[in-house]
Design a protein around this ligand. Sequence first.
Ligand code: ADP
Length: 197
Amino acid sequence: MKSTNIFETHSRVTKELRAERIGHKGGVLWLTGLSGAGKSTLATELEHRLFHSGYNVYVLDGDNVRHGLSSNLAFSPEDRAENIRRVGEVCGLFADAGFVTIAAFISPYRDDRTVARQASGDSFHEVFVNADLATCEARDTKGLYKRARQGEIAEFTGISAPYEEPLNAELQVDTMNRTVGSCIDTLEDYVGKNFKL
Ligand code: ADP
């Protein structure tokens, strides 16, 4: 914190009051995994499904955030840490406002994910979207792996930058051997159990 002259205000509308009116708890589903693992696909589908079941739900996605909130950041370890710190804070605010907040970010470093978790406390749920490098590279939905292999993209996760798998994720979805629909069923079931009042 750069300034010491800061005094927090406290809302009179508590988390509990909001949850009661909305009908479910707020919180964060933090999807982490390699590029191409399926984070955006699952985030978008889950948001659609939950919205139509009556949830307050919102997606924060890596590519979108990098056009706005984090448009001044690149992919060095320091910039990645700052990106995830910012997003973690924003997710904490959305969770506090009562939303099921779905975050889709590679977020390759464990320490950075811990920082994001700390911004939301016990309403943070880490989801490992698990597809190995060979699978993601074979999909290469955005053509980025090919370019990274050709040396056109520096610090690309899985190729020239590390990915640290979660050690204690609350949930894991295997997108190598399961369909999108089956992964969504698992996620929806998890939300039903963990975000109910
Ligand atoms: P990311 O957001 O992790 O970079 P994307 O969602 O953009 O990944 O791409 C994942 C690709 O994998 C999509 O083309 C999607 O259709 C495909 N795919 C195959 N099986 C699954 C699954 N079970 N879950 C999610 N995506 C899957």
